[in-house]
Design a protein around this ligand. Structure first.
Ligand SMILES: Nc1nc2c(c(=O)[nH]1)N[C@H]1C(S)=C(S)[C@@H](COP(=O)(O)O)O[C@H]1N2
Ligand SMILES: [Mo]
Length: 412
């Protein structure tokens, strides 16, 4: 029987249960069956703003926690930590278990000298650098694919460009001495698998050594000059800009260099891979025909005005946002107010540094009263542009770089 006494005791046993009950204003009689990490659905929206210190993000899933940012909240040139999306494949390490002083990063595998470093060692031995680096989930835009894939139904906001501080990944790898046999990295973090099975990892991805040696990759401990939020990888994470966010391991504990392509969790099968050739939606593609995603495609966001806004016909208003292009730069951003019939060139700023997203703006006037849409289309330095609707279908719904559209009502 579940008497009041038992349930009270069970409640006290579960620290999160206590705060959930307090937040709900009601006891949770079956709290002992509430799996760790599972948020009461009644709190799923409330919890992001308050307990998780994320400002206005949309919760897509609470176990694991996944949250995206509405485009108009990404208007800042440098994304605030409170507005950076969260994509977790497993359960983050418990905050009490994270000690900045005791955190270790191991570099091993195909290296001359394996390293075992504290964060203080990283700071003492290597140059500290700060870059604005864009981070986008490979599945951003998944929701819009026809014959959609399961997984988080990201719309536009699984992207951000904060300022990160840390040491260069290549400095650390060079200190370990990369052997000629090393061709791929393997990244490991301290988060745990949803099943609770300690043998299983939620995510362990890697990149070719050539990409790993790019001097913009960071082993980072700070975001916008503050420690990173727990959900974004505190106390240490990788940032591998321009490639799917999944390469940027959070709660980083180990980087191994391998003499073969890494086969860790979410490296194989259909994970972060797309068909090597175009396929019709719904096609069943053999695993051997799937290729690992490298650079993310060119994309842009309209961060102002917010969709649904009202303006006066004949009055100019500013449209602005950001654009990015994976490993490339953005060469141009065009804007349309007539469903793509004609396009106007926006003013486009150069990136603050390589791999920072680029800001664009344009003054727009709507000719008469009625419903309009503002569309934005970026073009990369190799001439590739964004499609009006979803690009090539793939089984897991990656790489959707379709144009962002906002609704604008012109009212007298
Ligand atoms: N350890 C670990 N690192 C991880 C993940 C994860 O689940 N565990 N998710 C990855 C994915 S899929 C993305 S898109 C980015 C998201 O980073 P953010 O949550 O800081 O926005 O982190 C990556 N690093
Ligand atoms: Mo991701």
């Amino acid at each position: 029987m579940t008497g009041m006494k038992t349930s009270r005791r069970a409640l006290l046993k579960t620290a999160s249960g206590v705060s959930f009950a307090a937040a709900l204003g009601a006891p949770i009689p079956f709290v002992r069956f509430l799996a760790p990490g599972l948020t009461p659905v009644a709190l799923a929206q409330a919890i992001n703003a308050s307990a998780l210190n994320k400002d206005g993000l949309t919760v897509l899933n609470d176990r694991p926690i996944n949250m995206e940012t509405p485009p108009h909240l990404l208007d800042d040139n440098i994304t605030p930590a409170t507005r950076l999306f969260v994509r977790n494949n497993g359960l983050p390490p418990a905050e009490e278990a994270v000690s900045v002083e005791d955190w270790r990063l191991v570099i091993d595998g195909e290296v001359e000298t394996p390293l075992d470093l504290t964060i203080a060692d990283l700071k003492a031995r290597f140059e500290t650098v700060t870059f604005q680096l864009q981070l986008e989930c490979g599945g951003n835009g998944r929701k819009f694919f026809k014959l959609g894939a399961s997984g988080n139904q990201w719309t536009f906001g699984a992207v951000g460009c904060p300022q990160w501080t840390g040491v260069r990944l290549n400095d650390v790898l060079n200190a370990a001495g990369v052997k000629p046999s090393a061709i791929y990295t393997a990244h490991y973090g301290a988060d745990t698998h949803l099943s609770g099975d300690p043998e299983k990892r939620p995510l362990s991805r890697g990149v070719p050594v050539a990409k790993a040696m790019d001097p913009h990759n960071l082993i980072a401990w700070a975001i916008n000059d503050e420690p990173m939020p727990a959900l974004n990888g505190h106390p240490l994470r990788l940032i591998i800009p321009g490639w799917p966010g999944s390469c940027s391991q959070k709660w980083l504990t180990r980087i191994s260099l391998l003499d073969q392509v890494h086969d860790g969790a979410k490296m194989t099968g259909k994970s972060y891979r797309v068909p090597a050739y175009p396929v019709a939606p719904g096609t069943s593609v053999p695993d051997e025909d799937m290729e690992i995603i490298h650079s993310m495609p060119v994309k842009s966001l309209i961060t102002h005005p917010q969709t649904g806004v009202k303006v006066r016909p004949g009055d100019a208003f500013e449209v602005r946002g950001h654009a990015w292009a994976g490993d490339l730069d953005v060469a141009a951003v065009d804007v349309s107010i007539d469903f793509g019939a004609t396009w106007l060139p926006a003013d486009l700023a150069p990136p603050a540094n390589k791999f920072a997203w680029q800001h664009w703006r344009i003054g727009v006037t709507l000719p008469e009263a009625g419903y309009f849409e503002v569309w934005a289309r970026a073009r990369d330095s190799q001439g590739r542009s964004q499609p009006a609707t979803t690009p090539g279908w793939n089984p897991k719904g990656y790489l959707n770089n379709m144009q962002h559209r906002v609704a604008v009502f012109a009212v007298l």
